[in-house]
Design a protein around this ligand. Structure first.
Ligand code: FNR
Length: 379
């Protein structure tokens, strides 16, 4: 299949699987343990029926909306994804460029391949920066200062990784700490020369935000091992208070699934919350994120902007998420499939597919603006 025959996100997923070595594709595609939560994220979204309405003038559909005080062309953005620059050379720069052209938010992960400074210089800013609050507070403080210096417009503090959820596929594929190069991996990589040549040509093949900032660790394996020791199981709301004191802009807490935690996030001064189970990659057995959304909107929706992620693969899904009260949503795998399939053009394709689906879905549900989307569109 060529890019011009792509009509949906699943097509991009198929191209991604063909182009990128299996270990890296499965790192994206998989989830924790039995992958029950990963599946629930999709199943529960698809189960929500949309109400067809007719004879409403839908000649002027408007997809614009405001998130965290900024006007965007679409009500969704690109979620923070670690190691995106291993799916496609300089991947984060490609994704950020596509997001800026489409006028939507892009969130750069702490665990990115391209550094904050590289993305700001090569793609432009502002973008959002996603923070993992590692144990090394000096490093975290410096990261926050670097994000501010690069003109990042929001800090997304991810709080659902006090420990790593175990992903069987990653362990079996050698995507572990330390990484294991198996014969099968090597053979599989040789079968994907396009990917291999691209990765050999780029100078960016390290954890860009960490390289040069951790003494004595200078490659992907040693920095990955360092990052794994830096996960902080003692993380608590006190740490968010500390971060709040260092960051002047809006703070969004990502990884909230319980109303009580949403309440704490508001108390800590967050302007936004991302209802998220990390795309089914952390607590296997957690309910779908869409099933957690309504109670969190009810608890905190009047005090913070409620964003959402988990399982969004189409404009119909964006409609469902907004109908249940989210201000906007993030797409993770949906755009990474585009990135793996074809860099910036692939990400642009993913964004365009979902935007068109959303416009069509709104027209067929008889709503013209993002503000008009509400519970009435769900059956
Ligand atoms: C993620 N996610 C993630 N979240 C985060 O805050 N920092 C990170 O570095 C990563 N890394 C990451 C890698 C990969 C490969 C995936 C698939 C996900 C979680 C991500 O931001 C988001 O919550 C989910 O991807 C949303 O689910 P969907 O859209 O992928 O179904």
């Amino acid at each position: 299949m060529a890019m011009n025959n792509v009509t949906c996100i699943e097509d991009l997923r198929i191209l991604h699987r063909k182009r990128v070595p299996r270990a890296f594709f499965e790192y994206v595609d998989g989830g924790a343990y039995s992958e029950a939560t990963l599946r629930a994220n999709r199943d529960d979204l698809e189960r929500l029926g949309l109400r067809q309405r007719v004879m409403v003038d839908v000649s002027g559909i408007d997809l614009r909306t405001t998130i965290l005080g900024t006007s965007f062309a679409l009500p969704f953005g690109l979620a923070p994804i670690g190691l995106a620059g291993l799916q496609y050379p300089d991947g984060e720069i490609h994704a950020c460029r596509a997001a800026i052209k489409a006028q939507i938010p892009f969130a750069l992960s702490t665990a990115s391949i391209c550094s904050i400074e590289d993305v700001a210089r090569e793609a432009g800013s502002p973008f959002w920066f996603q923070l993992y609050a590692y144990k090394d507070t000096g490093f975290v403080r410096a990261l926050i200062e670097r994000a501010a210096a690069a003109n990042c417009s929001a800090l997304i503090v991810t709080v659902d990784v006090p420990v790593f959820g175990q992903r069987h596929r990653d362990l079996k594929n050698g995507m572990s700490v330390p990484p294991r190069l198996t014969l099968r991996n090597a053979y599989d990589t040789l079968k994907r020369p396009g990917w291999l040549l691209g990765m050999m040509r780029t100078k960016r093949a390290n954890l860009g935000n960490l390289a040069g900032h951790v003494e004595g660790k200078d490659n992907l394996a040693s920095l990955g091992a360092w990052a794994a020791t830096q996960l902080n199981p003692s993380l608590s709301w006190k740490d968010v208070d500390w971060i709040r004191g260092l960051w002047k802009g809006p703070i969004v807490i990502k990884g909230i699934m319980a109303p009580a935690d949403a309440r704490e996030a508001v108390r800590s001064g967050a302007q936004g919350i991302v209802v998220s189970n990390h795309g089914g990659r952390q607590l296997d057995g957690a309910p779908s994120s869409i099933s957690a959304l309504p109670a969190i909107v009810q608890e905190a929706g009047s005090e913070a902007e409620i964003l959402f992620d988990g399982g969004v693969r189409s404009g119909q899904d964006v409609m469902r998420v907004l109908a249940l009260g989210a201000k906007g949503c993030l797409i993770g795998r949906a755009y990474i499939h585009g990135l793996g399939a074809g860099g910036e053009a692939g990400v642009a394709k993913a964004i365009d597919i979902i935007a068109r689906e959303l416009a069509t879905t709104m027209a067929l549900c008889g709503v013209r603006t993002i503000a008009e989307i509400g519970p009435q569109v769900i059956i």
